[in-house]
Write a protein that binds this ligand. Structure first.
Ligand SMILES: CCCCC/C=C/C(=O)SCCNC(=O)CCNC(=O)[C@H](O)C(C)(C)COP(=O)(O)OP(=O)(O)OC[C@H]1O[C@@H](n2cnc3c(N)ncnc32)[C@H](O)[C@@H]1OP(=O)(O)O
Length: 309
């Protein structure tokens, strides 16, 4: 199905951020999961669905879904990717058998390269509107999710990729100093919107966020740990095992208590975007339509290509 059609469908379905929905207290009561499953073993019984860019497998016995980004070369967050992402989250959220999701990448060395820059270059106002609505939708769903969300960051994760990780409940990163993470928008000559910033501040605090945002810093994994941008580092081969163990720990608590606490911590930030969604889209369009911004984005893309050759 074309991305535009999928995106329109989300728009028509009037999806509300989860902070505005009835919480899922009525989910099937489950006993706390046992010890984490050993790595490499297939999770069973398993329901899986796979779209073009994201693969999802739900282990119904543990209530844990594994979501893998698989959009080469760099898992950039295109309109199509974002639409699949939101739909996948919605499917899991509405599935009573699912209580948590681990988000990772199926590609080596890259978690996600952030928003697809080509979606912000030389496109129509209609396209920018649709794209930005899809970015908002993804964040509202992920940040407002009632599920436990664990990011297993197995590669670099700039800008929008970092936002995905920041929006989860817990971040585990592969301890490779070549992998970096951060909101580097300023390096592209663009500005992270207020809700990117709010999400960042909620994780690392105001001072660290301010410095990192102004400098557009990409932090190598060990530095990201020191700043609290990720919660722990583990050797790459242990990443999924650790993510499963962390998930089991979080799922050992009663859903309703954890979910109410999460809502209490995140609601103000979510509500702020919900209240200003249309204004935020207008701001994005007016910003990205500026010739100077278009020039910066084109130059950045050229720099990426030159660096390669
Ligand atoms: C305006 C309001 C604010 C909007 C907020 C914006 C948020 C964002 O997320 S903006 C995007 C920020 N992202 C980045 O700065 C990352 C840029 N990419 C990289 O640094 C690197 O590509 C990498 C570290 C992610 C991977 O490096 P490497 O493995 O060496 O791969 P290449 O650099 O050779 O890239 C392969 C291929 O992919 C293209 N590409 C990379 N990132 C993006 C992207 N974000 N959007 C679109 N395309 C991207 C890159 O140009 C290469 O293309 P080809 O040369 O055609 O193969």
């Amino acid at each position: 199905m074309a991305a535009a059609t999928l995106a329109r469908r989300i728009g028509r379905s009037g999806v509300l951020p989860l902070c505005c929905r009835l919480p899922a207290w009525d989910r099937a009561a489950r006993p706390p999961p046992g010890p984490a499953q050993p790595p490499g073993l297939p999770l069973a019984p398993c329901r899986s669905f796979s779209n073009n860019k994201i693969q999802v497998e739900l282990d119904e016995s543990s209530g844990v879904a594994m979501m893998k980004f698989k959009s080469p070369p760099v898992n950039s967050l295109s309109l199509e990717f974002l639409t699949e992402f939101s739909i996948s989250l919605e499917k899991l959220e509405n599935n009573k058998a699912c209580r948590g999701v681990i988000i990772t990448s199926a590609l080596p060395k890259i978690f996600s390269s952030g928003l697809d820059i080509t979606e912000m270059c030389g496109k129509s106002i209609e396209h920018y509107t649709e794209f930005w609505r899809a970015v908002q939708e993804m964040w509202l769903r992920l940040y407002g999710s009632n599920m436990v969300t664990v990011a297993a960051v197995n590669g670099s994760s700039p800008a929008g990729g970092c936002l995905v990780a920041l929006s989860c409940d817990y971040r585990i990163m592969a301890e490779n100093p070549k992998f970096s993470i951060g909101l580097n928008e300023a390096q592209l000559g663009i500005v992270a919107p207020f809700w990117f910033k709010d999400t960042f501040v909620n994780v690392v605090g105001h001072r660290i966020a301010e410095r990192s945002l102004q400098l557009g810093s990409l932090h190598p994994a060990p530095e990201a740990l020191k700043l609290g941008l990720v919660d722990e580092l583990v050797p790459e081969e242990k990443l999924m095992e650790k993510a499963a163990a962390v998930m089991a720990q979080w799922l050992a608590l009663p859903d309703h208590a954890r979910q109410l606490t999460k809502t209490m911590m995140r609601k103000a930030v979510l509500d702020r975007l919900v209240a200003h969604r249309e204004e935020d889209i207008k701001n994005f369009i007016s910003f990205v339509s500026k010739e100077s911004i278009q020039k910066s984005l084109r130059m950045y893309m050229e720099m990426l290509k030159k660096r390669k050759s």
